[in-house]
Design a protein around this ligand. Structure first.
Ligand code: BTN
Length: 249
């Protein structure tokens, strides 16, 4: 695992740094996970806006204990390091990222992108992309967030997955994606009424039956990013866990 001499779509890290207007870009052919590299850079004092991209990951991570398939050239596997100060905004960052990233990626999808709480971007029922945010604290202060984004450019075998169409140079996608990620990270506070409206327009699960994180019917989300579930014993606002839908709901 070395970044020396590595190129991404033919560009070096310093070339991408200029092209994407970032303080630092680190490129790898293969790493276990761009998240881990980013945390090490964060510990070493890397500036906000540092981007780590890899052509392949050997141990890509998803939410919870999920792994993330990251074959060479088959997707965009990146982590952005940001040092925001608003811990309230950090709590809704996954949803805010999904809201900002979806319209960017729709340039390369035939159908609209929908969001499955809390962090999946879907085309039809297939997963196109996922977001993983990992925070590190120094005492009570937020020190950095590693914002991981995985986007399929080739759908992995054996999974209900979707992929972007017609991407010949992943750097073109990065050129639009990076400002969207940075804008999401810079936003403050809970989700605004406009963001909640955007979410409602992309909500993939509203009205569908679910069995995890509890049995019921999915509603919308609250400004602080909780999923509303209508259960037999009333309405619940769920802030953690993953959503598992009933088949054919
Ligand atoms: C999910 O849907 O569960 C989140 C998937 C996040 C995958 C990306 S790929 C780049 C970064 N490095 C990782 O190990 N994971 C994230």
């Amino acid at each position: 695992m070395t970044s020396a001499g590595a190129r991404y779509e033919g560009r070096t890290g310093p070339e991408l740094q200029v092209l994407l207007d970032l303080p630092r870009v680190v490129v790898y052919d293969e790493v276990p996970s761009t998240q881990d590299v980013t945390h090490a850079l964060g510990e070493a004092g890397a500036p906000s806006g540092t981007l780590v991209v890899a052509d392949a990951q050997s141990a890509g991570r998803g939410r919870g204990s999920n792994s993330w398939k990251s074959a060479a050239g088959a997707g965009i596997w990146l982590t952005m390091l940001e040092r925001p100060h608003d811990s309230t905004a950090a709590g809704v960052l996954s949803l805010r990222l999904a809201l900002r990233i979806a319209p960017v990626l729709e340039r390369w999808t035939a159908a609209p992108i929908r969001i499955k709480w809390p962090n999946d971007l879907l085309v039809g029922d297939g997963k196109l992309a996922g977001v993983l945010t990992e925070t590190r604290w120094r005492g009570p202060r937020l020190d950095w967030i590693a914002i991981g984004v995985g986007i399929n450019v080739v759908a992995p075998d054996g999974m209900n997955a979707a992929a972007l169409d017609g991407v010949t140079d992943r750097v073109v996608v990065l050129g639009e994606l990076v400002p969207a990620v940075r804008a999401a990270a810079a936003a403050r506070g809970v989700l605004s009424p406009a963001e909640l409206e955007q979410y409602a327009g992309r909500d993939a699960v509203h009205g569908r039956r679910c069995r995890e994180p509890m049995s019921g019917t999915a509603g919308g989300i609250t400004p602080d990013g909780a999923l509303i579930i209508h259960a037999d014993d009333g309405e619940h606002a769920v802030r953690s866990g993953s959503l598992v839908l009933e088949e054919h709901s």
